[in-house]
Design a protein around this ligand. Sequence first.
Ligand code: PAF
Length: 283
Amino acid sequence: MNTVKTVRELRAAVARARAEGKRIALVPTMGNLHSGHAALVTKAGQRADFVVASIFVNPLQFGPTEDLDKYPRTLVADQGKLLEAGCHLLFAPTVEEMYPDGMEGQTRLNVSGVSEGLCGGSRPGHFDGVATVVCKLFNMVQPDMALFGEKDFQQLAVIRKLVRDLNLPIQVFGEPTVRADDGLALSSRNGYLNDEQRASAPVLYRTLKQLAEQVRGGARDYAALLADGRQQIEQAGLRIDYLEIRESAGLRPAAAEDNQLVILVAAFLGSTRLIDNLAFQID
Ligand code: PAF
């Protein structure tokens, strides 16, 4: 596996693969990789012939009080994991390479509708930063397909809409969330948790499963269900950011007639913000 740091080297390496008739898959990441990322790379290798991963901690998607500075940068360990998962090329640019004219005047994308509310409500500008960097990566690599984890459900919806609205010739795949044995969704931010917080964190997925079970069983008073869910999560020592039931395609608040649903949660354990979701169908 080759690691390149400039757009010029990236384009040259991808062009060589394309000249050999290879189909290109891109797995964008911010590094500090875990088994969820490795699963994306493995899946990319099954869907395409040449797998490009990117590692870039994108300042444009962090708010001024968020964890940009402390976000773990673990390039050497990440390179080992990518190699093992079958990655062919790693693009690990500097901030200057991605934003040569600085971030202030950078053209930004706003994906309307799906970017609003949920994480978009709590993290103003976050999805503009995500959409902008993902679109830049798409233009740099020009992959046939790109793979993202379903753990970031709203992010996936934003990227799908971005691709549709801008007619980008890229197939977007959402891949299932990888979880620890106790149900906690794998996340680079889990590493911030102390032992006590780590022991409390599985309440998120437990609550999502219980709520989905109740809805599948016929419960339709979503406000009451969510109030119970919030209480359960708070009793475990977490501070709720949001817990909501939405229809899963456009992320509109769920109405009685919707049958493709997703329950989404964000909550703080100390200063660590965790997110999770559970999509399901009702008959
Ligand atoms: O999900 C992430 O790691 C990031 O938001 C992404 C998609 C790599 C864009 O920076």
